[in-house]
Design a protein. Structure first.
Length: 246
């Protein structure tokens, strides 16, 4: 377990300053600002150097598109997505499901830390997938001599924590329309394309996916999207939403 001191939290960005011993500067503390705005779509966050080191102790597993995996809370392995894309959800024992995120290659699947005795982490393979699985004992031994691995894992953990903080804030303080706009704004910043009329969000989303991401129902989301379009705040071209300017 990693103990953290959270210095400052706001509703859009979680900022945590941590003193780390850098691999190349191990004789002095290096202040690192872990500050990156969370979106539910994460990709390519792990360097070639870290991937190469992790593969030295990993078991590679392959899965077909549409296969579903469950990770128990007490499973202490670390999973690295090497190829493909997955949908990450929490599934309650009563059958209810909530999408947490979508991951593509070179991201850790460490979301299981937020499950409990009533929920399980579900991974749905959106494409053919390759996972690298690292056992806890071997990973700890490797990381002892390679602090860059600890650094990379910590960044991933904090990113997930930021996502949970944002989910909680949105659920507590925002109406459904505001939650939808907040989601689309975060996507536009990372995956947006500027046009004369607004920002086109390259990632296509179904009403069901938006509903699970913002904690609402498909029917309510459909009504809210129509309302946002009627207000002129939102447009659509094909499968892609446009955040209107002005």
């Amino acid at each position: 377990m990693i103990g953290l001191c959270v210095r400052c939290i706001n509703l859009s960005i979680l900022t945590i300053d941590i003193m780390l011993l850098d691999e190349n500067r191990s004789n002095r503390g290096v202040a690192v600002d872990y500050c990156e705005e969370w979106t539910p779509f994460s990709d390519d966050s792990i360097s070639d150097e870290v991937v190469e080191k992790l593969l030295s102790i990993a078991t590679i597993k392959k899965y077909r598109a549409d296969e579903v995996l469950f990770i128990e809370r007490n499973a202490y392995n670390l999973y690295l997505l090497l190829r493909g894309s997955v949908e990450i959800s929490l599934v309650h024992k009563n059958g209810r499901k909530r999408i947490l995120a979508f991951h593509t290659a070179r991201t850790f699947i460490d979301d299981a830390m937020i499950s409990d005795e009533n929920t399980a982490l579900m991974i749905r393979c959106l494409t053919a997938v390759e996972l690298a699985v690292m056992e806890q004992v071997a990973l700890s031994a490797l990381a002892q001599n390679n602090p860059i691995i600890y650094d990379c894992i910590l960044r991933s953990v904090l990113y997930k924590l930021q996502g949970l903080t944002q989910h909680l804030a949105n659920q507590t303080f925002n109406e459904v329309e505001d939650r939808i706009i907040s989601l689309l704004v975060s996507l536009a910043r990372k995956q947006g394309r500027e046009t004369a009329t607004g920002t086109v969000i390259e990632q296509s989303l179904t009403h069901e996916q938006i509903a699970e991401l913002v904690g609402s129902t498909r029917v309510r989301v459909t009504q809210s999207l129509k309302s946002l379009q009627a207000q002129g705040r939102l447009g659509k071209t094909g499968k892609h939403y446009i955040l209107n300017t002005g």
